[in-house]
Design a protein around this ligand. Structure first.
Ligand code: NAP
Length: 466
Protein backbone atom coordinates (compact mmCIF):
# COMPACT_ATOMS: atom_id res chain seq x y z
CA UNK A 1 0.00 0.00 0.00
CA UNK A 2 1.62 3.23 -1.15
CA UNK A 3 1.68 6.28 1.10
CA UNK A 4 3.11 8.73 -1.42
CA UNK A 5 2.00 9.92 -4.85
CA UNK A 6 4.74 11.16 -7.16
CA UNK A 7 3.79 13.95 -9.55
CA UNK A 8 5.58 14.16 -12.92
CA UNK A 9 5.98 16.92 -15.47
CA UNK A 10 4.37 15.43 -18.61
CA UNK A 11 6.66 17.42 -20.91
CA UNK A 12 10.05 16.70 -19.32
CA UNK A 13 9.19 13.53 -17.42
CA UNK A 14 10.88 15.02 -14.34
CA UNK A 15 9.50 14.60 -10.84
CA UNK A 16 7.74 17.80 -9.77
CA UNK A 17 6.93 16.72 -6.22
CA UNK A 18 5.28 14.24 -3.92
CA UNK A 19 2.05 14.34 -1.93
CA UNK A 20 0.58 12.00 0.67
CA UNK A 21 -1.44 9.14 -0.77
CA UNK A 22 -4.22 9.20 1.83
CA UNK A 23 -6.33 6.19 2.64
CA UNK A 24 -9.83 5.77 4.01
CA UNK A 25 -8.76 6.30 7.66
CA UNK A 26 -7.12 9.59 6.69
CA UNK A 27 -10.26 10.67 4.89
CA UNK A 28 -12.40 9.79 7.91
CA UNK A 29 -10.23 12.03 10.09
CA UNK A 30 -10.47 14.85 7.58
CA UNK A 31 -14.24 14.59 7.45
CA UNK A 32 -14.31 14.86 11.28
CA UNK A 33 -12.22 18.03 11.00
CA UNK A 34 -14.47 19.39 8.26
CA UNK A 35 -17.54 18.71 10.44
CA UNK A 36 -16.03 21.08 13.01
CA UNK A 37 -15.37 23.51 10.19
CA UNK A 38 -18.98 23.27 9.02
CA UNK A 39 -20.20 24.16 12.51
CA UNK A 40 -17.79 27.11 12.54
CA UNK A 41 -18.80 28.36 9.08
CA UNK A 42 -22.51 28.10 9.86
CA UNK A 43 -22.13 30.72 12.59
CA UNK A 44 -20.04 33.19 10.59
CA UNK A 45 -21.75 36.38 9.51
CA UNK A 46 -22.10 37.12 5.80
CA UNK A 47 -19.77 40.03 6.36
CA UNK A 48 -17.07 37.70 7.73
CA UNK A 49 -17.52 35.31 4.80
CA UNK A 50 -17.36 38.19 2.36
CA UNK A 51 -14.13 39.41 3.90
CA UNK A 52 -12.43 35.99 3.80
CA UNK A 53 -13.51 35.35 0.20
CA UNK A 54 -12.29 38.73 -0.98
CA UNK A 55 -8.99 38.26 0.86
CA UNK A 56 -8.66 34.83 -0.81
CA UNK A 57 -8.93 36.43 -4.24
CA UNK A 58 -6.19 38.89 -3.35
CA UNK A 59 -3.93 36.20 -1.93
CA UNK A 60 -4.21 34.06 -5.08
CA UNK A 61 -3.32 37.03 -7.26
CA UNK A 62 -0.28 37.81 -5.11
CA UNK A 63 0.94 34.24 -5.77
CA UNK A 64 -0.11 34.07 -9.40
CA UNK A 65 3.40 33.44 -10.75
CA UNK A 66 4.15 30.63 -8.30
CA UNK A 67 0.77 28.95 -8.79
CA UNK A 68 0.87 29.11 -12.57
CA UNK A 69 4.46 27.81 -12.80
CA UNK A 70 3.56 24.87 -10.56
CA UNK A 71 0.39 24.13 -12.51
CA UNK A 72 2.24 24.25 -15.82
CA UNK A 73 4.86 21.84 -14.59
CA UNK A 74 2.37 19.26 -13.28
CA UNK A 75 -0.26 19.56 -16.05
CA UNK A 76 1.59 20.41 -19.27
CA UNK A 77 -0.76 23.36 -19.84
CA UNK A 78 0.96 26.38 -21.29
CA UNK A 79 2.15 29.10 -18.96
CA UNK A 80 -0.24 31.58 -20.56
CA UNK A 81 -3.13 29.19 -19.94
CA UNK A 82 -2.23 28.59 -16.31
CA UNK A 83 -1.70 32.30 -15.60
CA UNK A 84 -5.20 32.92 -16.92
CA UNK A 85 -6.49 30.06 -14.80
CA UNK A 86 -5.10 31.56 -11.58
CA UNK A 87 -6.72 34.90 -12.47
CA UNK A 88 -9.98 33.10 -13.10
CA UNK A 89 -9.81 31.24 -9.77
CA UNK A 90 -9.24 34.56 -7.99
CA UNK A 91 -12.18 36.14 -9.79
CA UNK A 92 -14.44 33.24 -8.74
CA UNK A 93 -13.67 34.09 -5.10
CA UNK A 94 -14.46 37.74 -5.85
CA UNK A 95 -17.78 36.73 -7.42
CA UNK A 96 -18.63 34.62 -4.37
CA UNK A 97 -17.91 37.57 -2.08
CA UNK A 98 -20.15 39.77 -4.24
CA UNK A 99 -23.00 37.23 -4.08
CA UNK A 100 -23.24 37.82 -0.35
CA UNK A 101 -24.49 41.37 -0.75
CA UNK A 102 -28.20 41.57 -1.42
CA UNK A 103 -31.33 39.55 -0.76
CA UNK A 104 -30.82 35.92 0.21
CA UNK A 105 -34.37 34.64 0.43
CA UNK A 106 -38.02 35.35 -0.28
CA UNK A 107 -40.95 36.73 1.64
CA UNK A 108 -43.97 34.43 1.39
CA UNK A 109 -47.40 36.03 1.25
CA UNK A 110 -49.04 33.12 3.03
CA UNK A 111 -52.40 34.84 3.14
CA UNK A 112 -52.79 34.31 -0.61
CA UNK A 113 -54.36 30.97 0.37
CA UNK A 114 -57.24 30.64 2.81
CA UNK A 115 -55.28 28.62 5.37
CA UNK A 116 -52.69 31.40 5.68
CA UNK A 117 -55.02 34.28 6.50
CA UNK A 118 -53.21 36.72 8.75
CA UNK A 119 -49.91 34.86 8.43
CA UNK A 120 -46.56 35.82 6.95
CA UNK A 121 -43.57 33.66 6.08
CA UNK A 122 -40.10 33.87 4.72
CA UNK A 123 -37.60 31.37 3.43
CA UNK A 124 -33.87 31.53 3.57
CA UNK A 125 -31.04 29.27 2.57
CA UNK A 126 -29.10 27.23 5.09
CA UNK A 127 -25.79 25.46 4.49
CA UNK A 128 -25.81 21.72 3.86
CA UNK A 129 -22.74 20.94 6.02
CA UNK A 130 -19.61 19.26 4.63
CA UNK A 131 -19.25 19.41 0.84
CA UNK A 132 -17.10 16.71 -0.78
CA UNK A 133 -15.41 18.30 -3.80
CA UNK A 134 -13.78 15.97 -6.35
CA UNK A 135 -11.89 17.68 -9.16
CA UNK A 136 -10.28 16.65 -12.47
CA UNK A 137 -6.68 17.23 -13.52
CA UNK A 138 -7.36 19.55 -16.48
CA UNK A 139 -8.57 22.79 -14.85
CA UNK A 140 -7.69 22.01 -11.26
CA UNK A 141 -7.55 25.51 -9.78
CA UNK A 142 -10.56 27.15 -11.42
CA UNK A 143 -12.75 24.08 -10.99
CA UNK A 144 -11.76 23.64 -7.34
CA UNK A 145 -12.51 27.37 -6.90
CA UNK A 146 -15.94 26.72 -8.46
CA UNK A 147 -16.67 24.34 -5.60
CA UNK A 148 -14.78 25.89 -2.66
CA UNK A 149 -15.88 29.53 -3.11
CA UNK A 150 -19.66 28.91 -3.35
CA UNK A 151 -19.52 26.22 -0.65
CA UNK A 152 -17.90 28.62 1.83
CA UNK A 153 -20.07 31.54 0.74
CA UNK A 154 -23.12 29.41 1.52
CA UNK A 155 -21.67 28.58 4.97
CA UNK A 156 -20.39 25.04 4.38
CA UNK A 157 -17.00 23.44 4.85
CA UNK A 158 -15.16 21.51 2.12
CA UNK A 159 -13.15 18.32 1.80
CA UNK A 160 -11.28 18.58 -1.51
CA UNK A 161 -10.00 15.48 -3.32
CA UNK A 162 -7.88 16.76 -6.22
CA UNK A 163 -6.87 14.61 -9.20
CA UNK A 164 -3.78 12.52 -8.67
CA UNK A 165 -1.90 14.03 -11.65
CA UNK A 166 -2.25 17.67 -10.50
CA UNK A 167 -2.57 17.84 -6.70
CA UNK A 168 0.34 20.21 -6.03
CA UNK A 169 -1.26 23.40 -7.30
CA UNK A 170 -4.51 22.59 -5.46
CA UNK A 171 -2.58 22.05 -2.21
CA UNK A 172 -0.77 25.35 -2.67
CA UNK A 173 -4.01 27.16 -3.49
CA UNK A 174 -5.74 25.79 -0.37
CA UNK A 175 -2.76 26.75 1.81
CA UNK A 176 -3.01 30.31 0.47
CA UNK A 177 -6.77 30.38 1.07
CA UNK A 178 -6.29 29.40 4.71
CA UNK A 179 -3.58 32.06 5.05
CA UNK A 180 -6.13 34.52 3.67
CA UNK A 181 -8.49 33.77 6.55
CA UNK A 182 -10.54 30.73 5.64
CA UNK A 183 -10.75 28.61 8.82
CA UNK A 184 -8.36 25.64 8.55
CA UNK A 185 -11.10 23.23 9.62
CA UNK A 186 -13.38 24.52 6.88
CA UNK A 187 -11.07 23.66 3.98
CA UNK A 188 -9.41 20.27 4.15
CA UNK A 189 -7.55 18.57 1.31
CA UNK A 190 -7.31 14.80 0.96
CA UNK A 191 -4.88 13.71 -1.76
CA UNK A 192 -4.96 10.10 -2.87
CA UNK A 193 -6.33 7.74 -5.45
CA UNK A 194 -9.80 8.32 -6.85
CA UNK A 195 -10.82 4.71 -6.69
CA UNK A 196 -10.03 4.66 -2.96
CA UNK A 197 -10.41 8.11 -1.33
CA UNK A 198 -12.59 9.57 -4.10
CA UNK A 199 -14.97 6.64 -3.74
CA UNK A 200 -14.85 7.01 0.06
CA UNK A 201 -15.78 10.71 -0.21
CA UNK A 202 -18.82 9.70 -2.25
CA UNK A 203 -19.94 7.08 0.29
CA UNK A 204 -19.10 8.95 3.50
CA UNK A 205 -22.21 9.55 5.64
CA UNK A 206 -20.65 12.68 7.17
CA UNK A 207 -20.56 14.38 3.76
CA UNK A 208 -23.81 16.10 2.87
CA UNK A 209 -23.17 16.74 -0.81
CA UNK A 210 -20.71 15.51 -3.43
CA UNK A 211 -19.76 18.00 -6.09
CA UNK A 212 -17.90 16.04 -8.78
CA UNK A 213 -16.21 17.21 -11.94
CA UNK A 214 -14.61 14.54 -14.09
CA UNK A 215 -15.27 11.92 -16.71
CA UNK A 216 -18.62 10.39 -17.57
CA UNK A 217 -17.13 6.95 -16.99
CA UNK A 218 -16.47 7.71 -13.30
CA UNK A 219 -19.37 10.10 -12.73
CA UNK A 220 -22.14 7.86 -13.99
CA UNK A 221 -21.77 5.45 -11.04
CA UNK A 222 -21.63 8.08 -8.31
CA UNK A 223 -25.31 8.84 -7.59
CA UNK A 224 -26.01 5.19 -6.73
CA UNK A 225 -22.89 5.00 -4.55
CA UNK A 226 -23.67 8.29 -2.78
CA UNK A 227 -26.85 7.06 -1.15
CA UNK A 228 -28.89 9.71 0.63
CA UNK A 229 -26.89 12.77 -0.28
CA UNK A 230 -27.04 15.48 -2.88
CA UNK A 231 -24.81 14.87 -5.93
CA UNK A 232 -23.85 17.30 -8.66
CA UNK A 233 -21.99 16.04 -11.71
CA UNK A 234 -20.03 18.06 -14.27
CA UNK A 235 -18.95 15.45 -16.82
CA UNK A 236 -17.51 15.23 -20.32
CA UNK A 237 -18.66 16.45 -23.70
CA UNK A 238 -17.92 16.33 -27.43
CA UNK A 239 -19.12 19.76 -28.37
CA UNK A 240 -20.60 20.45 -31.81
CA UNK A 241 -20.15 23.77 -33.60
CA UNK A 242 -22.50 24.32 -36.54
CA UNK A 243 -21.38 26.68 -39.33
CA UNK A 244 -24.20 27.84 -41.61
CA UNK A 245 -23.83 29.44 -45.08
CA UNK A 246 -24.37 32.95 -43.67
CA UNK A 247 -21.58 32.68 -41.05
CA UNK A 248 -18.58 34.97 -40.92
CA UNK A 249 -16.08 32.26 -41.88
CA UNK A 250 -12.91 34.12 -40.88
CA UNK A 251 -14.23 34.73 -37.38
CA UNK A 252 -15.58 31.18 -37.12
CA UNK A 253 -12.19 29.76 -38.11
CA UNK A 254 -10.44 31.78 -35.38
CA UNK A 255 -12.96 30.54 -32.78
CA UNK A 256 -12.63 26.94 -33.98
CA UNK A 257 -8.82 26.94 -33.72
CA UNK A 258 -8.90 28.61 -30.31
CA UNK A 259 -11.62 26.28 -29.03
CA UNK A 260 -10.23 23.05 -30.46
CA UNK A 261 -6.64 23.40 -29.30
CA UNK A 262 -6.74 25.26 -25.98
CA UNK A 263 -5.25 23.00 -23.28
CA UNK A 264 -4.30 20.69 -26.18
CA UNK A 265 -8.00 19.92 -26.69
CA UNK A 266 -8.33 18.58 -23.15
CA UNK A 267 -11.36 20.65 -22.14
CA UNK A 268 -14.82 19.23 -21.58
CA UNK A 269 -16.12 21.96 -23.93
CA UNK A 270 -13.39 21.80 -26.59
CA UNK A 271 -14.67 22.25 -30.14
CA UNK A 272 -14.67 18.64 -31.30
CA UNK A 273 -17.16 18.37 -34.17
CA UNK A 274 -17.50 21.17 -36.73
CA UNK A 275 -20.69 20.58 -38.70
CA UNK A 276 -20.40 22.87 -41.72
CA UNK A 277 -22.70 23.49 -44.67
CA UNK A 278 -21.45 21.97 -47.92
CA UNK A 279 -21.26 25.43 -49.55
CA UNK A 280 -18.76 26.78 -46.99
CA UNK A 281 -16.86 23.63 -46.06
CA UNK A 282 -13.88 24.04 -48.42
CA UNK A 283 -13.22 27.65 -47.41
CA UNK A 284 -13.67 26.97 -43.72
CA UNK A 285 -11.42 23.93 -43.64
CA UNK A 286 -8.72 25.78 -45.51
CA UNK A 287 -8.84 28.75 -43.07
CA UNK A 288 -8.74 26.41 -40.05
CA UNK A 289 -5.92 24.28 -41.49
CA UNK A 290 -3.78 27.30 -42.28
CA UNK A 291 -4.21 28.77 -38.79
CA UNK A 292 -3.61 25.39 -37.14
CA UNK A 293 -0.36 24.81 -38.97
CA UNK A 294 0.95 28.13 -37.55
CA UNK A 295 0.43 27.08 -33.90
CA UNK A 296 3.57 26.71 -31.80
CA UNK A 297 3.47 23.31 -30.13
CA UNK A 298 5.62 21.91 -27.34
CA UNK A 299 7.31 23.33 -24.25
CA UNK A 300 4.46 24.47 -21.97
CA UNK A 301 6.79 26.71 -19.95
CA UNK A 302 7.68 28.83 -23.00
CA UNK A 303 5.78 32.09 -23.50
CA UNK A 304 5.71 31.38 -27.24
CA UNK A 305 3.87 28.06 -26.98
CA UNK A 306 0.24 27.90 -28.07
CA UNK A 307 -0.40 24.18 -27.51
CA UNK A 308 1.21 22.26 -24.67
CA UNK A 309 1.23 18.56 -23.91
CA UNK A 310 -1.29 15.88 -23.21
CA UNK A 311 -1.43 14.79 -19.60
CA UNK A 312 0.29 11.42 -20.11
CA UNK A 313 1.84 9.06 -22.57
CA UNK A 314 -1.31 6.88 -22.40
CA UNK A 315 -3.48 9.89 -23.26
CA UNK A 316 -1.23 10.60 -26.26
CA UNK A 317 -1.43 7.00 -27.45
CA UNK A 318 -5.23 7.09 -27.14
CA UNK A 319 -5.38 10.21 -29.34
CA UNK A 320 -3.03 8.58 -31.85
CA UNK A 321 -5.32 5.52 -32.07
CA UNK A 322 -8.39 7.71 -32.46
CA UNK A 323 -6.88 9.61 -35.40
CA UNK A 324 -5.72 6.34 -36.99
CA UNK A 325 -9.22 4.85 -36.67
CA UNK A 326 -10.83 7.88 -38.32
CA UNK A 327 -8.17 7.94 -41.04
CA UNK A 328 -8.80 4.27 -41.78
CA UNK A 329 -12.51 5.04 -42.05
CA UNK A 330 -11.80 7.63 -44.77
CA UNK A 331 -11.13 10.90 -42.93
CA UNK A 332 -8.49 13.17 -44.49
CA UNK A 333 -5.77 14.52 -42.22
CA UNK A 334 -5.28 18.09 -43.48
CA UNK A 335 -2.91 19.23 -40.76
CA UNK A 336 -1.11 17.33 -38.01
CA UNK A 337 -1.76 13.66 -37.43
CA UNK A 338 1.59 12.91 -35.79
CA UNK A 339 2.94 12.33 -32.36
CA UNK A 340 5.81 14.74 -31.61
CA UNK A 341 6.96 13.30 -28.28
CA UNK A 342 5.94 11.08 -25.43
CA UNK A 343 3.03 13.36 -24.47
CA UNK A 344 2.92 15.81 -27.39
CA UNK A 345 0.50 15.39 -30.30
CA UNK A 346 0.27 17.75 -33.27
CA UNK A 347 -2.93 19.83 -33.49
CA UNK A 348 -4.88 17.87 -36.07
CA UNK A 349 -7.57 18.86 -38.56
CA UNK A 350 -9.63 15.97 -39.90
CA UNK A 351 -11.88 16.58 -42.92
CA UNK A 352 -14.54 14.34 -44.50
CA UNK A 353 -15.14 12.57 -41.22
CA UNK A 354 -17.74 9.82 -41.35
CA UNK A 355 -20.50 11.17 -39.13
CA UNK A 356 -21.56 7.81 -37.67
CA UNK A 357 -18.10 6.56 -36.80
CA UNK A 358 -18.01 5.56 -33.09
CA UNK A 359 -14.93 7.76 -32.53
CA UNK A 360 -16.99 10.82 -33.48
CA UNK A 361 -19.36 10.15 -30.60
CA UNK A 362 -16.65 9.68 -27.97
CA UNK A 363 -15.05 12.51 -26.09
CA UNK A 364 -11.78 13.03 -28.04
CA UNK A 365 -10.09 14.99 -25.23
CA UNK A 366 -7.08 15.77 -27.39
CA UNK A 367 -5.93 18.27 -30.05
CA UNK A 368 -8.26 17.05 -32.80
CA UNK A 369 -11.02 18.80 -34.67
CA UNK A 370 -13.37 16.83 -36.93
CA UNK A 371 -15.26 18.33 -39.90
CA UNK A 372 -18.61 16.86 -40.97
CA UNK A 373 -20.68 18.14 -43.92
CA UNK A 374 -24.43 18.87 -43.89
CA UNK A 375 -26.94 20.04 -46.51
CA UNK A 376 -30.13 20.92 -44.59
CA UNK A 377 -30.26 22.82 -41.29
CA UNK A 378 -32.39 20.06 -39.71
CA UNK A 379 -29.65 17.60 -40.64
CA UNK A 380 -27.01 19.75 -38.87
CA UNK A 381 -29.14 19.75 -35.73
CA UNK A 382 -29.64 16.01 -35.95
CA UNK A 383 -25.87 15.39 -36.32
CA UNK A 384 -25.09 17.78 -33.46
CA UNK A 385 -27.56 16.01 -31.17
CA UNK A 386 -26.55 12.47 -32.13
CA UNK A 387 -24.44 11.92 -29.04
CA UNK A 388 -24.95 10.95 -25.43
CA UNK A 389 -23.31 14.20 -24.33
CA UNK A 390 -24.96 17.60 -24.01
CA UNK A 391 -22.65 20.21 -22.51
CA UNK A 392 -21.95 23.22 -24.76
CA UNK A 393 -22.95 23.62 -28.42
CA UNK A 394 -22.36 26.53 -30.78
CA UNK A 395 -23.89 27.84 -33.96
CA UNK A 396 -22.29 30.31 -36.34
CA UNK A 397 -24.81 32.25 -38.39
CA UNK A 398 -25.88 35.78 -39.22
CA UNK A 399 -29.43 34.57 -39.84
CA UNK A 400 -31.65 35.42 -36.87
CA UNK A 401 -34.10 32.58 -37.51
CA UNK A 402 -31.32 30.00 -37.64
CA UNK A 403 -29.82 31.36 -34.42
CA UNK A 404 -33.19 31.07 -32.68
CA UNK A 405 -33.81 27.60 -34.08
CA UNK A 406 -30.33 26.48 -33.02
CA UNK A 407 -30.88 27.81 -29.50
CA UNK A 408 -34.20 25.95 -29.34
CA UNK A 409 -33.18 22.64 -30.88
CA UNK A 410 -29.58 21.97 -29.90
CA UNK A 411 -29.48 19.58 -26.95
CA UNK A 412 -26.98 21.24 -24.64
CA UNK A 413 -26.72 22.92 -21.26
CA UNK A 414 -25.50 26.06 -23.06
CA UNK A 415 -25.99 27.10 -26.69
CA UNK A 416 -23.57 29.75 -27.89
CA UNK A 417 -24.20 31.90 -30.96
CA UNK A 418 -21.14 33.14 -32.87
CA UNK A 419 -18.50 32.14 -30.29
CA UNK A 420 -16.50 29.05 -29.53
CA UNK A 421 -18.06 26.19 -27.54
CA UNK A 422 -15.34 26.91 -24.97
CA UNK A 423 -17.07 30.13 -23.96
CA UNK A 424 -18.05 30.08 -20.30
CA UNK A 425 -18.76 32.95 -17.98
CA UNK A 426 -18.36 32.09 -14.31
CA UNK A 427 -21.53 33.97 -13.49
CA UNK A 428 -23.82 31.96 -15.75
CA UNK A 429 -25.51 28.65 -14.88
CA UNK A 430 -23.21 26.07 -16.39
CA UNK A 431 -23.56 22.31 -16.72
CA UNK A 432 -24.77 19.53 -18.92
CA UNK A 433 -27.80 17.56 -19.92
CA UNK A 434 -27.90 13.90 -21.00
CA UNK A 435 -24.69 12.19 -19.87
CA UNK A 436 -22.76 15.44 -19.50
CA UNK A 437 -24.03 15.77 -15.96
CA UNK A 438 -26.64 17.05 -13.61
CA UNK A 439 -26.82 20.18 -11.52
CA UNK A 440 -25.39 23.58 -12.31
CA UNK A 441 -22.26 25.46 -11.37
CA UNK A 442 -21.55 29.18 -11.70
CA UNK A 443 -21.17 30.84 -8.33
CA UNK A 444 -24.78 31.79 -7.59
CA UNK A 445 -26.17 28.53 -8.95
CA UNK A 446 -23.64 26.38 -7.07
CA UNK A 447 -24.54 28.29 -3.89
CA UNK A 448 -28.15 27.28 -4.46
CA UNK A 449 -27.17 23.63 -4.88
CA UNK A 450 -24.95 23.78 -1.80
CA UNK A 451 -27.68 25.13 0.45
CA UNK A 452 -31.25 24.19 1.31
CA UNK A 453 -34.34 26.30 1.83
CA UNK A 454 -35.59 26.70 5.36
CA UNK A 455 -39.08 28.13 5.53
CA UNK A 456 -40.33 30.10 8.52
CA UNK A 457 -44.05 30.75 8.99
CA UNK A 458 -45.41 33.29 11.49
CA UNK A 459 -48.84 32.41 12.82
CA UNK A 460 -51.60 34.93 13.33
CA UNK A 461 -52.21 36.19 16.85
CA UNK A 462 -53.52 33.41 19.08
CA UNK A 463 -57.13 32.56 18.33
CA UNK A 464 -59.14 29.68 19.51
CA UNK A 465 -60.36 27.43 16.68
CA UNK A 466 -62.99 25.97 18.97
P1 NAP B 1 -11.61 11.38 -13.95
O1 NAP B 1 -10.65 10.33 -14.27
O2 NAP B 1 -13.06 11.06 -13.96
O3 NAP B 1 -11.19 11.93 -12.48
C1 NAP B 1 -11.85 13.02 -11.89
C2 NAP B 1 -11.67 12.93 -10.39
O4 NAP B 1 -12.39 11.80 -9.89
C3 NAP B 1 -10.23 12.73 -9.95
O5 NAP B 1 -9.99 13.42 -8.76
C4 NAP B 1 -10.17 11.23 -9.73
O6 NAP B 1 -9.13 10.82 -8.87
C5 NAP B 1 -11.53 10.98 -9.10
N1 NAP B 1 -12.00 9.61 -9.16
C6 NAP B 1 -11.55 8.58 -9.93
N2 NAP B 1 -12.25 7.45 -9.65
C7 NAP B 1 -13.16 7.78 -8.72
C8 NAP B 1 -14.20 7.06 -8.04
N3 NAP B 1 -14.43 5.77 -8.28
N4 NAP B 1 -14.97 7.70 -7.15
C9 NAP B 1 -14.77 9.02 -6.90
N5 NAP B 1 -13.80 9.76 -7.49
C10 NAP B 1 -13.02 9.15 -8.41
O7 NAP B 1 -11.41 12.66 -14.89
P2 NAP B 1 -10.05 13.39 -15.31
O8 NAP B 1 -9.31 12.55 -16.28
O9 NAP B 1 -9.34 13.89 -14.11
O10 NAP B 1 -10.64 14.68 -16.06
C11 NAP B 1 -11.05 14.68 -17.38
C12 NAP B 1 -12.55 14.49 -17.51
O11 NAP B 1 -13.23 15.51 -16.76
C13 NAP B 1 -13.03 14.66 -18.94
O12 NAP B 1 -14.02 13.72 -19.22
C14 NAP B 1 -13.61 16.07 -18.96
O13 NAP B 1 -14.57 16.29 -19.95
C15 NAP B 1 -14.20 16.14 -17.58
N6 NAP B 1 -14.37 17.54 -17.18
C16 NAP B 1 -15.63 18.05 -17.12
C17 NAP B 1 -15.80 19.40 -16.81
C18 NAP B 1 -17.17 20.04 -16.73
O14 NAP B 1 -17.25 21.16 -16.24
N7 NAP B 1 -18.22 19.40 -17.20
C19 NAP B 1 -14.68 20.19 -16.56
C20 NAP B 1 -13.42 19.62 -16.62
C21 NAP B 1 -13.27 18.28 -16.93
P3 NAP B 1 -7.74 10.28 -9.53
O15 NAP B 1 -7.17 11.41 -10.27
O16 NAP B 1 -6.95 9.89 -8.35
O17 NAP B 1 -8.13 9.13 -10.40
Amino acid sequence: MTNVLTVHNPYTGEVVGEVPCCHVDDLNRRVETAALGAAEMRTTTLHERRRMLAASAGRLMEHRAELSALLTSESGKTIRETRAEVERAASIFELAAAELVGPTGDVLALDALPNGAGMLGYCMREPRGVIGAITPWNVPLALAAHKIAPALAAGNSVVLKPAEQTPLSSLLMCKLLVEAGIPGNALVVCTGLGEEVGAAVVRHPGIAMVSFTGSREVGVALPAAAGFKKVSLELGGNSPLVVTPSANLEAAAVAIVRGAFAVAGQLCISVQRVIAHRSVMANLVSLVSAATSRLVVGDPASEATNVGTLISSEACQRVERLVDDLRLAGAQVLTGGNRLGDCVYQPTVLAAVVRDHPAVHQEAFGPIVMFITYDQFSEAVQIANSTEYGLNAAIWTTNHDEAMEGARLLQAGTVIINESTTFRSDLMPYGGIKQSGMGREGVRFAMEEMSVYKTVCFGKPAQSVY
